[in-house]
Ligand binder design. Sequence first.
Ligand code: NAG
Length: 282
Amino acid sequence: MKPNMLPTVASDLKHPIMDNEKNEAMLIRSPNRRNRPLAIAFGVVALSYFAWSTVFSGYAFHMPCQNQKDQGTTLFPPVQVLSEPALVPLEAHIMSKCPDAKDCLKMLVLPTMQRVIDKVNFTLSYIGTPTDNDGVDCMHGPEECLGNIIELCASQLYPDPKIYLGFTMCMTRDYHDIPSKSLVEDCALEHGIDFDKLNECSIADNGGLGMGLLRDSIRRTKDAGVTKSCTVRLNENIYCVRDGGEWKDCPNGAGVNDLVIAVEKLYRSSSSEAQKSPSIAH
Ligand SMILES: *[C@@H]1O[C@H](CO)[C@@H](O)[C@H](O)[C@H]1NC(C)=O
């Protein structure tokens, strides 16, 4: 067994927690914040929805976040055009501690979602490498795996992208600090997420629940042939990649307007196909 590989599910989660006081506190203890008033939480959700486009800058440098090990597999899942519902699949593949993921969410994914949220079926997926013993290797270390798990738990508990995507953007803004307890708490509060529930999801089944979510997510990414954080896919095809602080492979344009137009075009064509098909008989 390679020393830098995460040997088991249990140690995947326990290592970063036990080795670091901050992280230990984050997942194990949850101080007297249990009965946070719901009204405040919902107010914050409403506010933070409109604060999505809040300007943020100040990141220092860019490193490409590419999963070298998975290069070469480009199997796309089969596309079922006619039987699909009218919602257009939109997906972003990220790593929680990747600066390109931050740019990509902030510059493209969130502002686009604000405009087409009712027309897309959005999925946020993670990039990593499965290990032989049911664990996951993350490019930026076990802290990133834990960050991914916390974000996946948020999407499980609050499937509305307005909530979990806002939470993930909040975490990604301070990606260096992932998975510190104070960051997770602040972002949870800002987006009306119950920190205790998030904590429970992350440690449930001795970490097995969260690790299962992460494994499923990285398998989905692998099946899509995606290796770079951040990769945006539209209608199951790669639409644009943010890599090393630059946009790459974006033939249709990396602007918010370009993506919004592409989504709307697909949405219109899928709904007109759905209307046409019953009348083909006569
Ligand atoms: C959205 O996408 C997911 C994952 O591909 C799929 O399982 C789900 O059925 C889709 N939902 C809708 C409403 O299209």
